[in-house]
Design a protein around this ligand. Structure first.
Ligand code: FES
Length: 139
């Protein structure tokens, strides 16, 4: 199995690991098959994500996709953040082996779950965002 340099970089030196205290949005998702768990924390101000952190209990690809997803999302508006998918995450990492594609889905789901949590708590609607329960069966 071949990993890109970017995957190895984000796996060995993950960015934004940890928790955000009193985060505006928190999303936790898991993959039943591999048992890996990912949690995203977002700080949001004026509809813009100003900080993102993650905690991932999972494989190397899950750590790398979480790390890159936090980098992708900071500075984005809520509307832009919804458009970040597992494909964006994979592209940003210069690809993932096919058997590891599901790990990037976890990153998309965790991010969208955190956005959903924020939307619910603050009473805003984010166009195009689906409830996490419905999303989990998509990939
Ligand atoms: Fe499950 Fe990577 S093997 S997230």
């Amino acid at each position: 199995m071949e990993y890109s340099e970017k995957v190895m970089d984000h796996f060995t030196n993950p960015r934004n690991v940890g928790e955000i205290e009193n985060a505006d949005g928190i999303g936790t998702v898991g993959n039943e098959k591999c048992g890996d768990i990912m949690r995203f924390f977002l700080r949001i101000e004026n509809d813009v994500i100003i900080e993102a952190k993650f905690k991932t209990f999972g494989c190397g690809a899950a750590v790398a996709t979480s790390s890159i997803a936090t980098e992708l999302v900071v500075g984005k508006t809520l509307q832009e953040a919804v458009k970040i998918t597992n494909k964006s995450v994979m592209e940003a990492l210069d690809g993932l082996p096919a058997t590891k594609a599901h790990c990037s889905c976890l990153a998309e789901e965790a991010l969208h779950a955190a956005l959903w949590d924020y939307a619910k708590k603050s009473g805003v609607t984010i166009g195009g965002l689906q409830p996490p329960e419905e999303k989990n069966h998509e990939h």
